[in-house]
Design a protein around this ligand. Structure first.
Ligand code: SF4
Length: 369
């Protein structure tokens, strides 16, 4: 059983407050250190009393993961964590900088930071183009293991960038559930993590700054509607017909594309949110003009935005990235049908932390062993 911190459980906190063991103001002090000062170790929390620090040590350890490696590049930091039962999971922070043409004195300004987090150890979806899919599924991450990734990343960002000119700290502004795992198959823990990410006295992120990315788990999307979880929804579509989807993403055999599209319509009716469709560009497999036409037909008239994701090559897998001209032609075809499209910039390739590459370290180590 992964460690659970009562710090993230409102009911338990209130119980303690009632028993006067932990009055509400003390909890607020801890939250201030964790979420505003971006500290995670008690020795860094200079605003807490000695007694409170001791309590934090004995009962309230906020971090449920051990960091084992941090890989830095100009635009990304990749974190490799070990769980209490010895599994490896990864998260990657992406630093979105000002486009070159808008820079003054060649200084690149940091616009925002996005953290891509994991929701499971491995993944049961088994997508053929994804390293995580090769690992298979081990277990769900707990709410605290999900939250720990964000707390740890915020601390690292503070160390890396220091304070802004106005004296405030930089931190994660966007969280995307696009790392290892299928978040809608770990629904309860994902939901509770989102509540903590949104809560004002905690991470205080805007609901438009959180994205759930799913391979199309229909019951999970229906639950999002019932529970009114109104954050951004991204569908990993990757193919515009059932046959190719099943070949590339075995889990979709259980969730036919026609049913999925009907469920998405219900979600859009309930939320009025635009849906982001993620579509991987694999040379000769997903990038043909015929498939572009099929995709245009599938999405025509829908509240949709398509992100074309260049396939990130990896020694563990046998695919190739589409040619830039092919991607552009695919984009043009969709735009002719009035569908908005972005060719996504690939971040994290150097550190093997780009889309579909998380988990590479584990595969590499197994191969070496
Ligand atoms: S692409 Fe996403 S859903 Fe598919 S195997 Fe990888 S982590 Fe799982």
């Amino acid at each position: 059983m992964p460690p659970i911190s009562p710090l993230f459980d409102q009911e338990k906190l209130e119980k303690r407050a009632k028993n006067h063991n932990l009055p509400a103001f003390k909890t607020k002090q801890i939250f201030f250190e964790l979420f505003k000062n971006q500290n995670i170790h008690r020795e860094e929390m200079t605003t807490l009393s000695k007694e409170l620090k001791a309590e934090l040590q004995s009962e309230f350890s906020p971090i449920s993961l051990e960091i084992i490696e941090t890989v830095e590049t100009h635009d990304t930091t990749k974190f490799a964590f070990k769980t209490h039962d010895g599994h490896l999971i990864e998260a990657i922070a992406m630093f979105h900088r000002q486009p070159e043409q808008h820079r003054k004195n060649n200084q690149s300004k940091l616009n925002r930071i996005t953290l891509c987090i994991s929701s499971q150890v491995g993944c049961p979806a088994g997508c053929l183009f994804c390293v995580t899919g090769k690992l298979g599924f081990t277990r769900n991450l707990s709410r605290d293991e999900i939250i720990s990734q964000v707390l740890y990343a915020n601390r690292r960002i503070k160390q890396k960038f220091g304070k802004k000119a106005d004296g405030t700290l930089r931190g994660i502004r966007n969280v995307v559930f696009m790392g290892m795992g299928e978040p809608l198959l770990n629904y309860e823990n994902m939901k509770q993590s989102i509540e903590i990410l949104l809560a004002q006295e905690r991470f205080s992120l805007g609901r438009r700054h959180i994205t759930i990315s799913t391979s199309g788990i229909i019951p999970g999307i229906k639950k999002l509607i019932t529970d009114k979880i109104d954050v951004k929804l991204a569908i990993s579509l990757h193919a515009p017909n059932q046959k190719l989807r099943e070949q590339l993403m075995p889990i979709t055999r259980q969730y036919p594309l026609s049913e999925l599209m009907k469920t998405i319509d219900l979600y859009v009716q309930a939320t009025n949110n635009r849906i982001f469709y993620e579509y991987i560009m694999i040379r000769g497999i997903t990038d043909t003009p015929e498939l572009a036409s099929q995709l245009a037909n599938l999405l025509q008239g829908k509240l949709a935005h398509v992100n074309l994701i260049p396939y990130n090559t990896n020694p563990a897998l046998d695919f190739l990235e589409s040619e830039p001209a092919t991607m552009q032609a695919f984009k043009n075809k969709l735009e002719k049908s009035w569908i908005t499209v972005t060719i996504r910039e690939s971040m994290g390739r150097e550190s093997k932390g780009a889309c579909g590459q998380l988990g590479w370290e584990k595969i590499k180590k197994t191969a070496q062993a």
